[in-house]
Design a protein around this ligand. Structure first.
Ligand code: CP
Length: 308
C-alpha cells in the first residue's frame, strides 16, 4: 500500500493498521534524512500550510513548523489571541478566509472536541488534528507508537500502561486505539474519578493500584492532570494524587521488572512524575519529541499525496 485511506488526519480511529504502518515506514525515511547535515528536502515545495492554534502548545506547534520547513512547504502561523476570533468570527469563516489566500492544508489545535471533523465536513483542504479538546491527538499517538516500535521492534504483544487523568486526555484517546490496532494490550491506572465510564467497551482493563499496574507493563505512559479541563475537582489535592499515583524512583526500585517510561509533555515535575525518573535512562521522553518531527513530516507528505 502506498497511500493513506483517509484525506484528513482527524484521529487514529479512522486509520487502518496499514495506514499506521505506512506512516511509520515513511517516518523511518524522514528520520534518516533528519540525521544528515542538510535536513531539508523539496517534497512539499509548492504546498502552503496554515498552522491554526486556538489553544496553547510548545512541542506540537514547533514540531509541525519544523516538519513543514524540513519539507520546504510555505507556512503561516495563526493564534486565536490577536485574531478576529476575538471580534466574534466563526471557526468556519476564519478558515474559509485563510483558504481563500490559496492555502492547501490546515493543521489545527482547538479546545473543542470534534472541531477538526466539523471542518473536514465543510471545507476541501486536508485537515490535520493537532489536538482537539478531550477527544484525540493523533500525531502524539503516532509518535508514541513509533517511539515504542523503535525501542522494541514491534508493538505486537506489548503491555502498554497509561497512568493518570485518562478521562480528560486526548493523548489516551489516540494512544488506546493506536496500540490496539498495532497489537498491544492496554491497561489504565489512576483515581477512579479520572477513569472514563464504559472502559471495557474500549477493550481496556483498569488497575487502581499503581505498583501492580507497573509490574504488568512493558511501557508506562504517564499523563498530566489536565486541570484546565476540569470545572470541578476530581482529586482532593495534587499532593494526595502524587502520593498514590506519582511515579518516583523509590517506587520503581521496588519493582524487579524493567520497563520504559513515557510522557507526552508538558510534565508537572513532582506531581505525576519525579525528575529522577523523567531524566533517567528508563525515560523515552526526549526521543518522543525527536520522533515527532519525522512522524509529522510523514503525515503531511502522505496527506499531500506525494507518494502516490
Ligand atoms: N504533547 C503536547 O501536545 O505538548 P504541547 O501541548 O506542548 O503541544
Amino acid at each position: 500500500m502506498s497511500a493513506l485511506s483517509q484525506k484528513h488526519l482527524t484521529g487514529i480511529k479512522p486509520l487502518t493498521a496499514s495506514d499506521i504502518d505506512l506512516i511509520f515506514q515513511t517516518a523511518d525515511n524522514f528520520k534518516e534524512i533528519l540525521q544528515r547535515p542538510i535536513k531539508k528536502v523539496p517534497s512539499l515545495r509548492d504546498i502552503t500550510i496554515a498552522n491554526l492554534f486556538f489553544e496553547d502548545s510548545t512541542r506540537t506547534r514547533i514540531s509541525f513548523e519544523l516538519a513543514e520547513k524540513r519539507l520546504s512547504a510555505d507556512t503561516i502561523n495563526f493564534s486565536s489571541s490577536g485574531s478576529s476570533v476575538k471580534k466574534g468570527e466563526t471557526l468556519l469563516d476564519t478558515v474559509r478566509n485563510i483558504l481563500a489566500m490559496k492555502v492547501d492544508m490546515i493543521v489545527m489545535r482547538h479546545s473543542s472536541s470534534g472541531a477538526p471533523e466539523f471542518l473536514a465536513q465543510h471545507i476541501n483542504a486536508n485537515i490535520v488534528n493537532a489536538g482537539d479538546g478531550t477527544h484525540e491527538h493523533p500525531t502524539q499517538g503516532l509518535l508514541d507508537g513509533y517511539s515504542v516500535r523503535e525501542k522494541f521492534g514491534t508493538l505486537k504483544g506489548l503491555n502498554y500502561l497509561i497512568i493518570g487523568d485518562i478521562k480528560h486526555s486526548r493523548v489516551a484517546g489516540s494512544d488506546i486505539p493506536l496500540m490496539q490496532k498495532m497489537g498491544a494490550k492496554v491497561k489504565v491506572c489512576g483515581p477512579p474519578t479520572l477513569i472514563p465510564k464504559h472502559l471495557e467497551e474500549l477493550g481496556v482493563t483498569y488497575e487502581p493500584n499503581l505498583k501492580k499496574a507497573l509490574e504488568w507493563c512493558d511501557v508506562a505512559n504517564v499523563l498530566r492532570i489536565q486541570l484546565e479541563r476540569m470545572d470541578i475537582k476530581f482529586v482532593p489535592s495534587l499532593r494526595e494524587y502524587s502520593l498514590f499515583y506519582g511515579v518516583n524512583r523509590e517506587l520503581l526500585d521496588s519493582i524487579s521488572k524493567d520497563f520504559t517510561i513515557m510522557h507526552p509533555g508538558p510534565i508537572n515535575r513532582g506531581v505525576e512524575l519525579n525528575s529522577d525518573v523523567a531524566d533517567s535512562k528508563q525515560s523515552l521522553i526526549l526521543q518522543q519529541v525527536e520522533n515527532g518531527v519525522a512522524i509529522r513530516m510523514a503525515v503531511l507528505y502522505l496527506l499531500a499525496g506525494r507518494n502516490s
